[in-house]
Design a protein around this ligand. Structure first.
Ligand code: THU
Length: 147
């Protein structure tokens, strides 16, 4: 079985702070005239780079994309596909913003053992691994199992 990189507990405090700031900053760019629910995300790659993203909605509603997937697509298109963590920000005061199922599956494409920081506007957060957010998942390895 393929070994995955070490678990996400090793994130440096400076990286956590950078992610928290970057996801809140990215939220300011959200294009969400329909939901009026701005979301920002910041993705930390294995070499310490950060890619941010916001939700981008469309008059044809199903074409809207979440902040998390914007950030992931930006990173992938710049040549990165190994991630340490993603942080997510919204305007919800009393709840930690939780990624939708589609975003969880897209995160899982790039491994199960990395961290998702779900934040509140005051900078508090809860952190879970992708594995914890999407247990018993289907992923690229499964496609290799067909004889
Ligand atoms: N949204 C995100 O961007 N990320 C999440 O984690 C939850 C939801 C967006 C999608 C849509 O533009 C708006 O928030 C309302 O669902």
């Amino acid at each position: 079985m393929a070994q995955e990189r070490p678990a996400c507990g090793a994130l440096e405090p400076e990286h956590v702070q950078q992610l928290l700031i970057s996801c809140q900053e990215a939220k300011k760019s959200a294009y969400c005239p329909y939901s009026r629910f701005p979301v920002g995300a910041a993705l930390l790659t294995w070499d310490g780079s950060i890619f941010s993203g916001c939700n981008v909605e469309n008059a044809c509603y199903p074409l809207g994309i979440c902040a998390e997937r914007t950030a992931i697509q930006k990173a992938i298109s710049e040549g990165y596909k190994e991630f340490k963590a993603i942080a997510i920000a919204s305007d919800l005061q009393d709840d930690f913003i939780s990624p939708c199922g589609a975003c969880r599956q897209v995160m899982r494409e790039f491994g199960t053992n990395w961290a998702v920081y779900m934040t509140k506007p005051d900078g508090s957060y809860v952190v879970r691994t992708v594995q914890e957010l999407l247990p018993v998942s289907f992923g690229p390895e499964d496609l290799q199992k067909i004889q």
